[in-house]
Design a protein around this ligand. Structure first.
Ligand SMILES: Nc1ncnc2c1ncn2[C@@H]1O[C@H](COP(=O)(O)OP(=O)(O)OP(=O)(O)O)[C@@H](O)[C@H]1O
Length: 301
């Protein structure tokens, strides 16, 4: 059974249509990205999935049930963008309480709190009050809260917003790790991060699902993305076009990036070598040479 199915899902706030006829299907598995500009309807879609608000048209089912129904208790969890814990109780007490709300006995609830804190590598934080935690630790605790009871679907809104690179990486790693049991739907503006984590991207724009693409299924072999330290002119594009197997070169970001399309048959790393040799001859310094297009390019080119 599909994890999420929406058919012609529509939500209005007064005269504003926040979600417009959205039909999509998500299967359980690797994390799914939900992207789109500000006001595109991402939070609205997540709120509908949580059952916090009701649709005005169409249908939405999670694991075959209407959001908010008893059958989904403990199976769907959400980490809102600004999840807050009560400053008056210790982290362990609060997580045990949330576990008991899901039906765990008092003893099992304490164990479950310990288990999820261990998952986010914050076992020692159990006795601390939330005010004693750094922002990054607080975010990890909130994710631990979302993992109580090993739900089948966890909705994450900007899970690494405001985190330093080390904490952001820790959060990404724990999402990857927990993905073996739980499917994450991640709303974020950080495309680079989503690309690392997710297999599928849902792109909302002005309330409409304008694209749904599988990042992994697209052949990553047919493009190279060359990023330079400084910008280079069209001449570099012309020279790259003459390399064996190249069928297109797109210059972008004021000449700081070139997307090189090439024939899959020429996939023997010869092209990478030839491109790097060309840069060396031209005295052009590069930042990186990546296989495939960035998610940004896939969505917007
Ligand atoms: N409670 C509300 N009342 C009226 N309009 C709302 C309400 N919530 C959202 N909207 C409007 O619905 C549209 C979709 O908003 P939503 O918050 O779902 O977008 P979003 O994609 O999450 O945006 P962001 O990336 O800025 O968080 C916006 O135009 C927003 O102004």
């Amino acid at each position: 059974m599909s994890l999420i199915v929406t058919r012609n899902l529509t939500k209005r706030y007064g005269s504003k249509t926040a979600l417009d006829d959205v039909s999509l299907q998500v299967e359980a598995g690797a994390p799914v990205a939900l992207v789109g500009p500000n006001g595109a309807g991402k939070t609205t879609l997540m709120s509908l999935m949580c059952g916090y608000i009701q649709p005005d048209g169409g249908s939405l089912e999670i694991l075959g049930h209407v959001p908010g129904s008893r059958q989904l208790l403990g199976k769907v969890c959400a980490l809102p963008q600004d999840a807050l814990l009560d400053p008056n109780f210790s982290v362990g007490e609060q997580l045990s309480f949330f576990a008991s709300l899901q039906g765990f006995s008092a003893k099992d609830a304490r164990r479950e709190a310990e288990r999820v804190l261990e998952l986010v590598e914050l076992k020692d934080a159990a006795r601390h009050k939330p005010t004693a935690l750094s922002h990054g630790m607080g975010k990890r605790v909130a994710i631990a809260q979302a993992l109580i009871g090993t739900p089948q679907l966890v909705l994450l809104d900007e899970p690494t917003a405001g985190l330093d690179p080390a904490n952001a990486r820790a959060v990404r790693e724990l999402i990857s790790h927990a993905s073996e049991q739980t499917t994450f739907l991640i709303s974020s503006h950080n495309l680079e991060e989503l690309e690392r984590l997710c297999d599928t991207v849902l792109y909302l724009d002005k309330g409409k699902l304008s694209q749904s693409l599988s990042i992994k299924s697209e052949s990553v072999e047919r493009f190279l993305t060359l990023s330079l330290q400084d910008s280079a002119g069209e001449e570099l594009g012309d020279k790259l076009s003459t390399l064996p197997g190249v069928h297109s070169v797109k210059r972008q970001h004021n000449g700081r990036e070139f997307i090189i399309g090439f024939e899959p048959a020429s996939r023997d790393y010869g092209l990478e070598k030839a491109a790097l040799e060309l840069l060396a001859i031209e005295g052009i310094r590069y930042r990186q040479l990546l296989n495939g297009k960035s998610l940004e390019d896939k969505l917007f080119s």
